[in-house]
Design a protein around this ligand. Structure first.
Ligand code: BDP
Length: 705
C-alpha cells in the first residue's frame, strides 16, 4: 500500500477516491446523475461540495440533470421542489428548519437517494451526511434517516486577538487576517465554513472574550461583514465579543453604567449600525467583571443589568446576548467554585428572553476532570449555554493526544437530579428538562493557522466531536471516534479498533498523570504548562495551586462538604448526599470534595498516598501503551501523519513522567511516606522541577491589557 503525503489540511473532508473497487462501482451506480433544485447561495455551495465530494470520492464527472426516470439519481431538493412522485414518500412534519431526511426510494427499476429539507441549510447538512456515508463505506440501500439538531445555537468561540495571537491557542496564529480583510478572502475562511457546516456548527464568535473594543469600530466592522458574507451560505452566523467599557473607549462617553441613558442609547445605535451591514448578526458574547474585565459591577450594578442592557439593544434585530458566568472576585473570600452560582442563580427568570447565560462545564476552569457546574441544576427559567474548551489549556496543549469528546460526554451524561434521577446535563442543555425555547452549546476553538488547523492531528477530532455533540448531546463518544477516524484516516478494522481504544482511554490517562483522584488546578501558573503544585505566592489566593489541593501534613484535598466550603449544597440533595459521603463518593472526585489524611484507606485497601502514586504511574503506563498501539499502525497511516503523532506521543510520555515525578515529590514533603513500590523512581529532584521556567510558553498574552 502506498500513501501520499497528507498534511491534514482537508480534515475529515478529504475526498480521495474510495479504495474498495467493488464499493466504488456500487456507489457510482447509485449516483448516475444528480438532481439539485435551483436556489440561492446555499444551493450553490451544495453544488460545489457535491462536485468536489462525489467527483473525488467516486472519481466521476458529476452531472447535474433534471429528474430522470431512466437513471439512479441522487435527488437533493427542498421539499417544496421535490418531484411530486416523491413528495408522498417523505414526511417533513417531524424535522426542524435545519433538519433533513435522507431516504432511498425505489421507482420501477431505478433507485433514488433523496435528500430533502424544508430549508436550504437542511439540504446542505443532508449533503454532508451523504458524503460522510460514502467516506464511511456505508450502504446506500434502504436508507431512512431523519435528523434535526437538538440544540439551537452550536457555536465556536475564538479567543483570537486583533494582533492574531490567540489566548490559549496552540495551533499557530489566528486564521482571521484583519490586515488584509475585507478585500482578501483567504481560502481558509471558506474551508473553515465548510468544515463547520459539515458538523452542524452554526455560529462563531470571532474575538477573544477578553475583548478589545476596536472590533466594534467601523474600520473592523467592515472586515467582520466580509467574514459574515463568506459564512452566510454555510448557515453560520457571526457573533462578536463586546467589551463592556466600549461606550467610553470608542464612544467618548464618561461612563459605561448600564442604567445611564446615554450608554443605553450608545449600545442601541451600535447594534443598529452592525445590523445595517450584517442583517443576520448573531449577537454579543460578553465576559464582564471577571479577571479584570470591565462590567456593570464597576458601577454598582449587576450582571442582570448588564445583560439586559445589551439584550434590549439587539432585540429589535432578533440578536442574542450570551453572558458568561465565568466570574470570581478578588474581593470574595468564598470558595471560587461557589461564586458564579451565588451571583447568577438568584436572578433566574429575570433575564430578558434573548439572553443566554454561558456556563463552563465545571465550577472551576476546564480541568481534566471536574464535576458538572452546579448552575446546570439550578436555573430552570434561564437558557444555559454549555461552554466546553476544545483547546487544551489544561490538558497538555496541542502536544498531548487526549480525545475530548469522552470528557464532554461524561459531563453531558452527569445527573443533576434537578427533577429526580435522570435529569442529565444533556437534558438541561437541549432544553428538554424544562421546555426551554432557546438552547446553545459553545466550544472554545482549538483552531489556528497551522497547516492542519489544530496542531496535533488528533486534535481535529475534538473540533469534530464538539460539533457532533452540539448537534446531538446524546451521541456516544465511541461512535464519534469511529466516524472521525473513518473520514480522516481509513476504514480498515485493523486500524480502527486499536486506535479507537487509544482515543477512548486517552482522557483517563491525562487525568491519571496530571490530576488523579479529584486533584485540580495544580498547573504552573500563567501559562498552565506543566505541574506547579508548589506555587503559593500569587497575590490572589485562588490563583495559587496550593489553594486547590490544600496539602498539609494532615492530608490533601479541598473540603467542600458542610465542614468546609459547603459547595456541595449548591447541588441537588441526591448529589450532595452521594458525593458528600465518603462511602459513596466516586473516587475520581475524592479530593475535589474532601480533605483526607494521607493514610486514608481507598476501596482497594491501599492508602490514599499509595493510591495517588499508583494513579500517576498508571497515567504514564497508559501513554506507553498508546505509543505501542500507534507504532503498530504504521502500515495503515501515511508516513507524514504517522511520524507527527509518534513524535508528539514521545513528548507526551516525557511530560507525563514530569507530572508524576514533580507532583509526587512535592506531595511527599507533606506525606513523608515512601513512594508505592508500583511507582518508578523520579528522574530528577523536586528542586529541579521547581526551577523550570517557561516564559515563552504558548497561548498567553499580557493579561488584561
Ligand atoms: C481561563 C483562562 C483565561 C481565560 C478565562 C476565561 O486561563 O485565559 O480568559 O479562562 O474563560 O481559564 O475567561
Amino acid at each position: 500500500m502506498s500513501f501520499s503525503m497528507n498534511n491534514g489540511y482537508d480534515l475529515w473532508l478529504n475526498y480521495t477516491i474510495i479504495s474498495d473497487e467493488a464499493l466504488l462501482k456500487t456507489y457510482q451506480n447509485h449516483f448516475q446523475s444528480i438532481y439539485l433544485n435551483d436556489g440561492g447561495e446555499t444551493i450553490e455551495v451544495i453544488k460545489k461540495e457535491l462536485k468536489m465530494g462525489l467527483g473525488g470520492l467516486l472519481d466521476m464527472e458529476v452531472q447535474f440533470k433534471p429528474y430522470d426516470v431512466s437513471e439512479n439519481q441522487l435527488i437533493v431538493s427542498n421539499y417544496g421542489n421535490l418531484p411530486d412522485s416523491f413528495k408522498n414518500s417523505v414526511d417533513v412534519s417531524g424535522i426542524t428548519g435545519e433538519g433533513y431526511i435522507i431516504k432511498t426510494i425505489k421507482k420501477g427499476k431505478q433507485s433514488y437517494t433523496v435528500v430533502t429539507a424544508t430549508e436550504d441549510i437542511g439540504l446542505l447538512y443532508g449533503t454532508f451526511h451523504v458524503l460522510r456515508t460514502l467516506k464511511m463505506h456505508q450502504s446506500l440501500d434502504g436508507l431512512h434517516i431523519e435528523e434535526s439538531p437538538k440544540v439551537d445555537l452550536r457555536m465556536l468561540n475564538h479567543w483570537d486577538n486583533l494582533d492574531r495571537t490567540i489566548e490559549r491557542g496552540y495551533a499557530g496564529f489566528s486564521i482571521w487576517n484583519w490586515q488584509t480583510l475585507p478585500d482578501y478572502i483567504d481560502q481558509r475562511y471558506i474551508d473553515y465554513a465548510r468544515a463547520n457546516a459539515s458538523i452542524g456548527i452554526n455560529g462563531t464568535a470571532l474575538t477573544n472574550v477578553n475583548a478589545n473594543a476596536l472590533i466594534l469600530t467601523p474600520q473592523y466592522l467592515e472586515k467582520v461583514k466580509a467574514l459574515a458574507d463568506v459564512f452566510r451560505p454555510y448557515g453560520i452566523k457571526v457573533y462578536l465579543t463586546a467589551r463592556f467599557s466600549a461606550p467610553m473607549e470608542i464612544g467618548g462617553l464618561q461612563t459605561a453604567d448600564p442604567l445611564d441613558s446615554q450608554v443605553i442609547q450608545w449600545w442601541k445605535d451600535k447594534a443598529a449600525e452592525i445590523y445595517k451591514s450584517i442583517p443576520d448578526f448573531g449577537g454579543f458574547l460578553v465576559k464582564a467583571n471577571s479577571e479584570g474585565q470591565p462590567g456593570p459591577q464597576n458601577y454598582g450594578r449587576t450582571h442582570l443589568d448588564g445583560a439586559n442592557l445589551l439584550a434590549d439593544a439587539v432585540a429589535p434585530f432578533k440578536g442574542k446576548v450570551i453572558w458568561r458566568a465565568f466570574v470570581y472576585s478578588e474581593h470574595d473570600a468564598e470558595d471560587r467554585a461557589k461564586q458564579a452560582y451565588s451571583e447568577f442563580v438568584p436572578d433566574d427568570g429575570k433575564y430578558h428572553d434573548n439572553v443566554l447565560i454561558q456556563v463552563k462545564n465545571g465550577p472551576i476552569d476546564f480541568q481534566p476532570r471536574e464535576p458538572f457546574h452546579p448552575m446546570f441544576g439550578a436555573m430552570p427559567n434561564t437558557p444555559l449555554v454549555m461552554e466546553f474548551q476544545i483547546t487544551k489549556e489544561y490538558l497538555g496543549f496541542a502536544t498531548h493526544l487526549v480525545y475530548l469528546p469522552k470528557l464532554f460526554e461524561e459531563v453531558l451524561q452527569s445527573d443533576t437530579y434537578q427533577k429526580g434521577e435522570g435529569s442529565t446535563v444533556a437534558k438541561v442543555v437541549d432544553g428538554s428538562l424544562y421546555n426551554k425555547k432557546l438552547t446553545a452549546m459553545a466550544g472554545v476553538s482549538n483552531i489556528g493557522n497551522d497547516a492542519n488547523w489544530t496542531g496535533h492531528p488528533f486534535a481535529q477530532a475534538d473540533w469534530y466531536g464538539f460539533g457532533r455533540l452540539a448537534w446531538n448531546p446524546y451521541m456516544d463518544s465511541e461512535q464519534i471516534a469511529d466516524e472521525w477516524l473513518r473520514c480522516t484516516f481509513n476504514n480498515n478494522n485493523n486500524f480502527l479498533e486499536p486506535v479507537k481504544k487509544l482515543m477512548l482511554e486517552s482522557r483517563e490517562a491525562v487525568v491519571n498523570y496530571m490530576n488523579p483522584l479529584g486533584l485540580h488546578h495544580i498547573f504552573d501558573t500563567g501559562h498552565h504548562y506543566g505541574p506547579g503544585p508548589w506555587v503559593g505566592n500569587l497575590s490572589r489566593p485562588e490563583w495559587n495551586p496550593v489553594y486547590y489541593h490544600k496539602a498539609d501534613e494532615a492530608g490533601v484535598g479541598f473540603d467542600r462538604t458542610e465542614t468546609g466550603s459547603d459547595a456541595l449544597s449548591q447541588y441537588a440533595p441526591e448529589f450532595k448526599e452521594k458525593f458528600g459521603n465518603l462511602e459513596t463518593c466516586p473516587e475520581e472526585y475524592l479530593l475535589w470534595f474532601h480533605h483526607l489524611p494521607w493514610d486514608y484507606k481507598l476501596k482497594s485497601g491501599r492508602t490514599l498516598w499509595d493510591g495517588l502514586g499508583i494513579k500517576y504511574q498508571q497515567g504514564v503506563d497508559q501513554v506507553r501503551e498508546m505509543i505501542t498501539i500507534w507504532e503498530d499502525m504504521k502500515p495503515y497511516v501515511d508516513e507524514y501523519r504517522h511520524n507527527q503523532v509518534s513524535m508528539l506521543l514521545g513528548i507526551q510520555l516525557k511530560e507525563a513522567k514530569w507530572w508524576r515525578d514533580a507532583c509526587m515529590l512535592y506531595f511527599q514533603t507533606f506525606s513523608k511516606m515512601d513512594f508505592p513500590e508500583e511507582m518508578e523512581s523520579p528522574e530528577h529532584t523536586l528542586e529541579y522541577y521547581k526551577s523550570l521556567k517557561f516564559p515563552y510558553a504558548p497561548g498567553i498574552r499580557p493579561r488584561w491589557d
